[in-house]
Design a protein around this ligand. Structure first.
Ligand code: IPE
Ligand code: IPE
Ligand code: MG
Length: 244
């Protein structure tokens, strides 16, 4: 694998965390923070496109988020539905291709229909691919991939020895997006929370205390600049150490 330390990331993934705290700090109910978070998402999408980043993946709802109070879960489902139903024409105009990454089969028919339409309308767009991780969990994704490969082996379509890293990756929800070069987490927690467990193997991690609704262009640019200042080694010796 070649060393890739220069140039903007080809794929940025964001764990959009801190909406609840943003609202609580203002003595508002948590859902105000989620609503404000949608505005930050629109800014991030616009900015990624402007900066020429080809792929953006955003973590909007995890498989673990079902454990939240019923009202909050319902609010988040509704917010996602309304946002993408409303914004799809605008996203299409902006040249954004949208994809839902996660288990859609357990979402409502209405949500599945909105996404099927959004994916179909924007399928040919090439400016920015926006992967929305909703009802997404890294472990669930890998389990599903293992199950699919096992079925192929059982049907005699594949030999066990033919299961390579590439073939496994091709069964993931994010396929064919490349692995993220940079994973940003807002809200200060230093964990992955089941996000892109396979794909983030060599991603640069950037954690900021800024809460998601406050994450604007300036904060996004700061993350990109931090990324640009890093040396990615991919297990190799530092460039400075070579030829010594
Ligand atoms: C992120 O904000 C949005 C989702 C997980 C859906 P949170 O709702 O987790 O906000 P905090 O972490 O409680 O502040
Ligand atoms: C991660 O945030 C999931 C999303 C941003 C969608 P959480 O708020 O759910 O993560 P934990 O619970 O703090 O690990
Ligand atoms: Mg949180």
């Amino acid at each position: 694998m070649s060393k890739k330390s220069r140039g903007l990331p080809a794929h940025v993934a964001i764990i959009m965390d801190g909406n609840g705290r943003w609202a609580r700090r203002r003595a508002l109910p948590r859902y105000f923070g989620h609503r404000e978070g949608v505005k930050a998402l629109k800014t991030a999408v616009r900015y990624a496109a402007e900066r020429g980043i080809p792929t953006l993946t955003v973590y909007a709802f995890s498989t673990e988020n079902w454990r939240r109070p019923r009202e909050e879960v319902d609010f988040l489902l509704d917010l996602m539905y309304k946002t993408f139903a409303q914004e799809i024409e605008e996203l299409h105009k902006e040249g954004v291709r949208v994809r839902l990454v996660g288990d859609r089969t357990s979402l409502s028919q209405e949500i599945q229909a909105v996404w099927a339409r959004a994916e179909q309308i924007t399928a040919q767009n090439t400016r920015l691919t926006l992967n929305v991780a909703f009802n997404y969990g890294g472990r669930a994704e890998l389990t599903r991939a293992a199950r699919e490969l096992a079925s192929q082996v059982a049907r005699g379509e594949l030999a066990a020895e033919e299961i390579t890293e590439e073939r496994l990756a091709s069964q993931l929800y994010t396929w064919p997006s490349p692995d993220p070069d940079l994973v940003i987490r807002t809200g200060g927690e230093q964990r992955l929370s089941n996000f892109l467990l396979w794909q983030a193997a060599y991603s640069e991690l950037y954690v900021t205390d800024v809460l998601w609704p406050d994450f604007g262009e300036k904060e996004f640019e700061q993350a990109l600049q931090d990324y640009l200042s890093r040396e990615r080694r991919f297990g190799q010796v530092s460039a400075k150490e070579q030829n010594r």
